[in-house]
Design a protein around this ligand. Sequence first.
Ligand SMILES: CCCCCCC[C@@H](O)CC(=O)SCCNC(=O)CCNC(=O)[C@H](O)C(C)(C)COP(=O)(O)OP(=O)(O)OC[C@H]1O[C@@H](n2cnc3c(N)ncnc32)[C@H](O)[C@@H]1OP(=O)(O)O
Length: 735
Amino acid sequence: MSLSFEGRVVLVTGAGGGLGKEYALAFAERGASVVVNDLGADTKGGGKSSAAADKVVEEIRAKGGKAVANYDSVEDGEKLIQTALDAFGRIDILVNNAGILRDRSFARTSDLDWDLIQRVHLRGSFLVTRAAWNHMKNQKFGRIIMTTSAAGIYGNFGQANYSAAKLGLVGLANTLAVEGRKYNIFCNTIAPVAGSRLTETVMPPDLVESLKPEYVAPMVLWLCHEQCQENGGLFEVGAGWIGKLRWERSQGRIVRQMNQPMSPEAVREQWDKICDFTDATKPSSVQESLQSVVSVLSRVEEEVSASPTAAVAMASSASGINPAEAVGQKLPPTTFSFTHTQCILYALGVGMSTKDPEHLRFLYEGHSDFSCLPTFGVIPSQAAMMDGGLGSIPGLNIDFTQVLHGEQYLELYKPLPTSGQLTSEATIADVLDKGSGAVILLDVNTYSGDELICYNQFSVFVVGAGGFGGKRTSEKAKAPLPPPKRAPDAVAIDSTTKDQAALYRLSGDWNPLHIDPSFAAMGGFKSPILHGLCSFGFAARHVLKQYANNDPSRFKAIKVRFVKPVMPGQSLQTEMWKEGNRIHIQCTVKETDAVVLSGAYVDLHGASEASPENLTKGGGLQSELVFAEIGRRIKDLGAELVKKVNAVFGWEITKDGKNVAQWTIDLKNGSGALHEGPYSGKADVTITVSDEDFMEVAQGKLNPQKAFFAGKLKVRGNIMLSQKLEVILKDYAKL
Ligand SMILES: CCCCCCC[C@@H](O)CC(=O)SCCNC(=O)CCNC(=O)[C@H](O)C(C)(C)COP(=O)(O)OP(=O)(O)OC[C@H]1O[C@@H](n2cnc3c(N)ncnc32)[C@H](O)[C@@H]1OP(=O)(O)O
C-alpha cells in the first residue's frame, strides 16, 4: 500500500525552492493540501518576493494538486497557520524547513549575524509550531519535522550562529516529542545533506549536484505519515542514505571520596575510565539518564551514613592514606530484630518452595519443626555493614558499581532462632591487593545477648581497586578448598527465577546491581545479576537436603568463593563430594556450564554430636542416613563387591565432652535404639540382600533404608563382612 496523504493539510516553510519545494511537491502528489510558505528572501535573509512560492503552487496545481501560497516570515507563525486554516480548515503536518545563513568565523560574528539566525531558525520554528500545536492537540494528530544540520550536531568552522540554532532545534524537538506523545503529535528532526542554496556555500559543486533534494523528501514524508510511530528521533539523510543518531554515554566513574570534598585530582585519577566507552549505555530519556546517576548518588549518600550494599570501599590512592590503616578497625555494632517473617522471606529468596513438602518447615511458622535456614546467619551480620560505618573509614573511596561479593564464610555456634534481636560487631580483618581488585575482609560476630551465635567473614572484591601496593594474601582469610578429584557423589539442580534477585533483596541487600539495569550496566553487566549470597543459599540447602535430611541442627559452617556472576533465571547445579563431615561443593550454571561457586564446602555436625532428642525423633533419621550412605559406598566400590554385609554401627553421644549415651542401629530389625550411659560394646547385626536388590542398591536405584523397611532387603542369615567394606563402615561409624 502506497502512503497516501489524502485529507491531510501540510505546511512547509521555506518551500519556494530546494528541499522545501521538493517536500511540497511530494506531499501534494500524494493527495495532501499544501501551504507553500516562502518569504522570497535571498539566502542571507535579504529581499522579499512572492515569486518563489507562487511558482511552486502553480506547479502543484498544474499537476492537479491542492496548494496555496503564503509569503509571511516564520516569525509571524500565526499567519502561516491561519493560511492553512483559511484555505483547508485544519493543519496536520508542519515541516519547519525555512532557513538562512550568515556564515562568519566566530570572532567576526556580529550581534545581527547571531540574532538573525536564531530568529529565523530557532524562534521561527518555535513560533510556527506553537501556532499549530493546539490545533494538532485538539484533533489528536500532528506530525512535526524540525530541520537541524550536521553543523549543529558536530560543529563547523564559520557557522557558530547557525550551529547553535540548529542544535537548539534538536532540543526543541526532543521536548515536543515528550509533550506531544499523548496527543499523537510526533516530532522528529532531520539533518539533511542536500545540494541547496544553503549547502552550495560550503560544498564543492559536483557534490552538491549529487545530493539531490528528492533523496531527502521520502524520509520526511514517511516521518509525517500516520503509520510512522517514530517520535523524538534524529536522522541524517542524504544521497539516498538514511541513518539514525542517538546519545551514547560511557559507564562513568564515581570520583567522590568519602567524608572529603570532591577533588580535581580524583577526577584526574579516573579520567581514562570516565572517557572509556567500553560497554557504553544509550540513555534515551531524562529518566534513563538520571536513573543511574540517582542510584549512584543515593549509594554514595547512604554509604556515608549507612549504605545498603554497604560495604565497601576501595583503597584510595588519591587520598594518599594507606588502606592498611583501616585494618583492625571496628565498625559500630548493629542490631537486627526479626520475626518468622524474615526467616520465611529469606527461605523464599533462596528458592525454597511449597512444591517440596520438606521445605514447609522453613516456610510455615505453624509447622511443628519450624526452623530458620542456617544460611540466614548472613542476614543479621550483613546489617553490620549496611547500617554500620564503613563510610567512616579514612582513606577509603567507593565505586559501588565495582563492588562484588568475592567470598563468604559462615559458622553457626547455635541453631538460629526464628525470631529475636541479634547484635553484630564487625571488624575490618584485612585489605588485600589482588592486582585486578582490592579484597576487603570483614569479620562479623553476631550475638544474642552475650551468647555468640555465629561468625561471618565477608570478602568483598572491589574490581579495579587493586594495584595500591598492598599485600596479596592474609592468614586471616578463610581459604576456599578444592573438591576431591573424582566424580561428585551427588548432584542437585534447581532453577532460579527471573525474579529471584527481586525477591532475595527483600532480605536486606538492596544493592541496585541486582535490580537496576542502568546501575548494572555501569558495573559492566548486561543485566542485573543475582546476589552472591542467594546462590550461596541455594547451594547450602542442596547440601542440607542431601546429607542432613534438611535438619538445620546438623549445619556447622560454609565457605564459598563467587567466581562468576549468576543471572536471575539461570539454573544452578550443585555437585557434592562427601569427605567425612565435610561436603565439598561446586556450583555451575546449567545453561552455560560456567562454574560460579568454587572452592566451596559445608561442614556438618556428625551424628555423634547430634542431640539425643534428634536421634530418637522419628525413629529412623540416623538409620536413614546410614543406609543411604551404605548404598552410596557400595555403589562406589563397584559391582563385583561382596554381596554380604554384617555390620555393626554405634555412635557415641557426647555432651560437654563426655559420653552420655550410645546409639545403635539394628539392621536386622530395621530399627534404631538409644541407650543411656557411656558407649560400650557393640551391637551385632546381620543383613542379607537378594542379588537383584543388591544390584539395585549398588546402582543407586533403590534407597536401602526404604527398601529395607518395605521388606525388599531380606534377612537370610549371617554373612561375613568384606574387609574393604568393613573399613568403610567403621570409618562411617566414627562420624
Ligand atoms: C552483603 C554484604 C556484602 C557486600 C558486598 C556485596 C554486595 C552484593 O550485593 C554484591 C553481590 O552479590 S555481587 C554477586 C556475587 N559475586 C559475583 O558475581 C562475583 C563473581 N566473581 C567474579 O566476577 C570474579 O571472580 C572477580 C571479578 C571477583 C575476580 O576476577 P578477576 O579479576 O578475573 O580475578 P582473577 O584474575 O581470577 O584472580 C586475581 C586474584 O583475585 C583472587 N580472586 C579471584 N576471584 C576472587 C573472589 N571471588 N574473591 C576473592 N578473591 C578472588 C584470585 O585468587 C587471585 O588472587 P591470587 O593470585 O592471590 O590467588
